[in-house]
Design a protein around this ligand. Structure first.
Ligand code: GDP
Ligand code: MG
Length: 435
């Protein structure tokens, strides 16, 4: 799930990244592309509108465009917007005050209720769990739950053929007195109908569940949303279990559910086995969609960095086209303090050239060596590297424990960066972003 949405978004961000400065128009265009990508992922319109409003409010009028890495800031805004859209503030299991806690599973036929029942039992495997199936309509449905239960050593209510759902429910309540958790699996229909809803309501009235969980197939698209809305209206849900997240669904349901129904997704099924289950985590989902969990971490690091170094003074110098080996040295030190390298390079003004080279020639990644070379230069040499003749280069190579070729490589990179700085200077200064 989310593969194509993730790819689309990363293309959009790549385009932003390739620009040397972002304008308000660039951002507007990017937001328009994000909107299309979300539409294609089958995300519901109101959820898209909410997300984009959220992102806009964090990007426009803020310092984002003036920041060191506006593209990264926009990714961060989208990431955080997604987390807010998925809001999982109330996704913890509702555990009853009295024993046993009771979970009621509801959903259409084939949505994955029985499997999800076993998955939840598996999540609670260190407690005493009893499962009971009230599905007397689908052949062997009760047996299916029993077999799943056996596979994870979870008790199921003994099957008595010919019993009506409400009678099974009563028996389950009695049997569950010595258990911590009772999971009640129910019958679904292909489509929601009055009979099913009536049955669910009477089951609910009888067992007073702490959780009423609707199981929705992640592949069900907008239909799944409609189902969720209707079930929520009819019986009142406390949460949703999303099944088949392992499939190649576009992910629209997952992203729209919360906004459409107000119900939190609590758990996700990722396969046919009871153990293939994950508690829902908005951040992890957003990470996965953006395929950028680490980037977000880096943005946070970059913000810390921005507070520690005098970015503005540096930017001003660079805008004037002043860029010396001393700047390179400062950057290298900053890089070191950040711990990471490649991913961080994009954040530092003027370092993108190096980043591209790094991607093409990983052997040039020896920053420690470059740092040593710069340290072996005199102040004058750092400011005016054009003074470096063969004998000076030999001295520097010796002093830094490298060779003349390494010194030349560094200089070559430096002159390239300097050229880039000069070309930046010729561009009109970026305007601030006013809303
Ligand atoms: P129910 O009719 O709602 O009880 O649905 P079931 O639990 O019987 O599931 C229907 C089919 O979907 C079964 O073959 C399950 O193995 C399969 N299934 C359920 N959940 C998942 C899941 O998360 N991933 C995959 N790949 N298959 C699932
Ligand atoms: Mg079933």
């Amino acid at each position: 799930m989310f593969e194509s949405l993730g790819r689309r978004l990363s293309d959009i961000f790549d385009q932003l990244r390739r620009k040397s400065g972002l304008t308000e128009a660039d951002v507007t265009a990017a937001l328009r592309h994000i909107r299309i990508a979300l539409l294609e992922a089958d995300v519901a319109l109101p959820a898209i509108a909410a997300l984009l409003d959220d992102v806009k409010s964090h990007v426009i009028g803020s310092q984002v465009l003036k920041s060191i890495a506006p593209d990264q800031m926009i990714i961060k805004a989208v990431h955080e917007g997604l987390i807010r859209l998925l809001d999982h503030s109330d996704q913890n299991w509702i555990m009853g005050r009295k024993k046993p806690t009771v979970f009621l599973m509801a959903g259409l036929q084939g949505s994955g209720k029985t499997t999800m029942s076993a998955k939840i039992a598996w999540l609670f495997k260190d407690r005493k769990v009893l499962m009971a199936s009230l599905d007397i309509y689908r052949p062997a449905a009760q047996k299916q739950l029993e077999i799943l239960g056996q596979s994870i050593s979870v008790d199921t209510l003994p099957i008595i053929e010919g019993q009506a759902p409400l009678d099974i429910a009563r028996r389950a309540l009695l049997a569950a007195e010595s258990y911590d958790l009772l999971i009640v699996d129910t019958a679904g229909r292909l489509h929601r109908d009055a009979e099913m809803m009536q049955e669910l309501r009477s089951i609910k009235d009888l067992i007073h569940p702490d959780e009423v969980l609707l199981v929705i197939d992640a592949l069900s698209g907008q239909d799944g949303l409609t189902t969720a809305k209707e079930f929520h209206q009819d019986i009142g849900l406390t949460g949703v279990g999303l099944s088949r997240v392992d499939g190649d669904g576009r992910g629209g349901v997952a992203l729209s559910l919360r906004h459409a129904t107000g119900c939190p997704i609590k758990v996700m099924g990722m396969g046919e086995n009871p153990s293939q289950v994950m508690l829902f985590e908005a951040k992890r989902l957003a990470d996965r969609i953006l395929d950028k969990g680490d980037i977000v971490g880096l943005v946070e690091k970059a913000q810390v960095l921005a507070e520690t170094v005098n970015q503005e003074a540096q930017m001003k110098r660079m805008q004037k086209g002043i860029f010396t080996l001393e700047d390179v040295s400062t950057h290298l030190k900053q890089l070191e303090s950040l711990g990471g390298l490649k991913g961080v390079l994009g954040f530092l003004p003027g370092m993108r050239g190096i980043k591209d080279q790094l991607e093409q020639h990983p052997d040039r990644a020896n920053f420690k060596q470059q740092q040593a070379i710069i340290s072996s230069m005199t102040l004058t040499e750092r400011r005016r590297p054009e003074l470096l003749n063969a004998s000076r280069k030999r001295r520097i190579a010796l002093g830094s424990g490298t060779d003349v070729a390494a010194v030349n490589r560094l200089l070559e990179q430096f002159f390239q960066m300097q050229k880039m700085m000069k070309s930046l200077k010729q561009q009109p200064p970026r305007k601030g972003f006013r809303s």
